[in-house]
Design a protein around this ligand. Structure first.
Ligand code: PLP
Length: 446
């Protein structure tokens, strides 16, 4: 945490402790006290344990989808957590529940939904998608849910949990959905991913939307990863077509704990039609007694949820509005540019080749000097290991079916079912400048 955020947190905690003390003097019970020696000893061990992490905070880390929360976000989270409100019901945290509703209204507005919508924060993108698919099943109980092979594996898995049949829509070479290979009559909902987890691909909502409307099929957008890139829909630096159509979807998932500067424990699901609230209807005798207002627990599959997550996101959106020119836009623009810079640098490299041009901030690439797909895999793994061993860079590995790979790179001989390539997720704006150094380090390792 930087010095300013630390001061902000100290000041805010002090002000909160005045409020806590205003209820009268009290002391923590002896049974909860710990000797200073023991406290220090445990925390010293804890520091050692935590240092075994990879440096997620640093630009050298360009591996998985891990983004440091903003220091002021943790300050807000820590402050709220010292009270520990529960956003299950209004009683559990009136201000944090209010803030959750405000944040949801901001996000719904951001995605183009009207005043009337339904939605709430969740523990994760997985839970948010589970709810969206559950509503999909309840809306069309006898129909199937479709998703592409590039969609997150959670959709297939959650169809199993929900005991609804999931079908994979094949993709054509250009990334469009092969809709002719499906039977629209049997489909209730189709999942469209804006920003796939693998390589940040934007699935063709513009192609699917008119077809789905014609056949009365619902659309669920999984924008767990990509959602915040909508800030750039009019910027001209990404193709805004699909991002502009998001408001047409029946439900949307976005993960503030991915690109939203939040700590883990913050997903979000939104439904365009608020009447889907009927599926959640229940009558708990013990939770709701103080207010006629909507209780978030009435429209959520989860019960207890961290009020601090809502507070942190609320504070973040006050500090970083969902705008192209201010707040999120400039941050995401730099992440995109990091991937584009790396792509361009690699195109002049003799040692590396890019798998394909990145649509967002995720890039796939591989050591060029190889004859066969299995050689590419071996060399990619060796580079991946070397970076970690020397602690000089951190990448991830990504597997692609060999047939898909050679469509773009026919010069390599196929001698394996899959090809493992290197993958970098550039979620930190600092990486825009750092990729040059990163590439040098990777080349050196090769
Ligand atoms: C990350 C991700 C998920 C799963 O979300 P979690 O927050 O990890 O549970 C689902 N879909 C997509 C597209 C994702 O990127």
């Amino acid at each position: 945490m930087d010095e300013n955020a630390q001061k902000t947190l100290d000041r805010a905690l002090e002000q909160l402790s005045e409020w806590k003390a205003s209820f009268g003097e009290w002391e923590q019970d002896d049974s909860l006290s710990v000797s200073e020696k023991k406290e220090q000893e445990v925390f010293a061990r804890l520091v050692q344990r935590l240092k075994c992490n990879f440096p997620f905070h640093h630009p050298v880390y360009a591996g998985q989808m891990l983004k440091p929360p903003h220091p002021l976000t943790w300050a807000a989270y820590a402050m709220a957590m010292s009270i520990n409100p529960n956003n299950h019901a209004l009683d559990g945290g009136p201000p944090s529940s209010e803030m959750e509703k405000e944040v949801l209204a901001d996000l719904a507005h951001f995605f183009g939904y009207g005043e009337e919508f339904l939605g709430h924060l969740t523990a994760s993108g997985t839970i948010a998608n589970l709810e969206a698919l559950w509503v999909a099943r309840e809306s069309h109980p006898d129909k199937k849910i479709a998703f592409s092979e590039n969609s997150h594996y959670t959709h297939h898995r959650m169809c199993g949990v929900l005991r609804v049949e999931g079908i994979k829509v094949p993709l054509k070479d250009d990334g469009s959905f092969d809709l002719d290979a499906t039977d629209p009559q049997e489909m209730g909902t189709i999942v469209v991913t804006l920003g796939t987890t693998g390589l940040g691909e934007v699935e063709p909502l513009d192609q699917i939307l008119p077809w789905a409307k014609k056949h009365g099929i619902r659309i669920h957008i999984d924008a767990a990863y990509g959602g915040f890139f909508r800030t750039l829909k009019d910027s001209g630096i990404i193709d805004g077509t699909c991002w502009k159509l998001m408001e047409e979807a029946d439900s949307i998932v976005v993960d503030p704990h991915k690109h939203g500067l939040q700590p883990y424990g913050c997903g979000c699901v939104l439904f365009k039609d608020p009447t889907v609230g009927k599926f959640y209807k229940h009558d708990s005798p013990y939770t709701y007694f103080t207010s006629e207002d909507l209780h978030l627990g009435e429209i959520s599959l989860e019960c207890s949820r961290a009020g601090a997550a809502a507070v942190a996101l609320w504070a973040t959106l006050q500090l970083f509005p969902l705008e192209e020119e201010e707040g999120f836009g400039p941050v995401l623009k730099k992440c995109l540019q990091a991937a584009q810079n790396m792509y361009e640098l690699i195109s002049t490299s003799e040692k590396l080749k890019a798998y394909k041009k990145p649509e967002l901030d995720i890039l796939g690439y591989f050591p060029a000097e190889a004859e066969t797909t299995s050689e590419i895999s071996e060399k990619s793994k060796a580079v991946f290991d070397a970076g970690m061993r020397e602690q000089s860079f951190y990448l991830s590995l990504y597997k692609i079916p060999a047939g898909t790979f050679t469509q773009l790179h026919p010069e390599y001989n196929v001698d394996s079912d899959q090809v493992t390539i290197l993958r970098s997720v550039f979620m930190k704006p600092e990486q825009k400048a750092f990729v040059k150094e990163l590439l040098q380090r990777i080349e050196k390792a090769i």
